[in-house]
Design a protein around this ligand. Sequence first.
Ligand SMILES: [Fe+2]
Length: 253
Amino acid sequence: MIYITGDVHGLMDIEKVNILAKVPIVEKINYLIVLGDFGACFYGHPKPGTNWYHSLERNGLLDEDKRILNIWKSFPWTTLFIDGNHENHDILDSLPIEEWNGGKVHFLADNVIHLMRGQVFNIEGKTFFTMGGAESTDKWCRIPGLSWWAREMPSKKEYEEAIDNLKKYDFKVDYVLTHCAPEGWIARNSYYVYDRSDNELTHFFFHLLNDWKIEFKHWYFGHYHGDEDIQEFDRSGESRFHLRYRLVQELKE
Ligand SMILES: [Fe+2]
């Protein structure tokens, strides 16, 4: 069984996951997918003597990343996450790249795996296209390298890799996993997702839909802090797009 949920933000929204760990069917859950803003790599390893080090020390947060990762390691399933905007991308980028189920990953632990951008994975007989990242709307009040990272947005190479990998699958996958949503496409139909994002990544997703005509059964995304199965007006109310935040559910067939 594969379960899926939205943003967790370190310890801020982890209670929904703690509850999942207590459900009777927990031993049947092989994977939990988190749709970005995972937050287990956030504070990093500041150098002693720096202001940032003292600030974390004062707030008891020096070992916070380790503490959060230990919680994830303790769950009986394997956690798979795509990155959101609120991750320490310097740390993610510094980890060794490994091959797992057909795509590139970073291992935070044996059972905590970062699914990298632009990959297609085969998991339990299903194919998943993954493309994390999003643009922070609050970057004006964040500090580059400490609480905001330019790498929240994909590189040119990651966009190219995404297209190259999707070509191998003829642009047909079972699931699309992203942090933000396609530009405009969702906005027409969703209560939560407006047209305000307007950036390279949301436009990339728009082109995947309209120009590359990507085929999929379900597209899951997070970022907008809501839960909604979006009815597509131009497809007779079909729900293929799913915004997830608080809900923790089995992946739709
Ligand atoms: Fe978030």
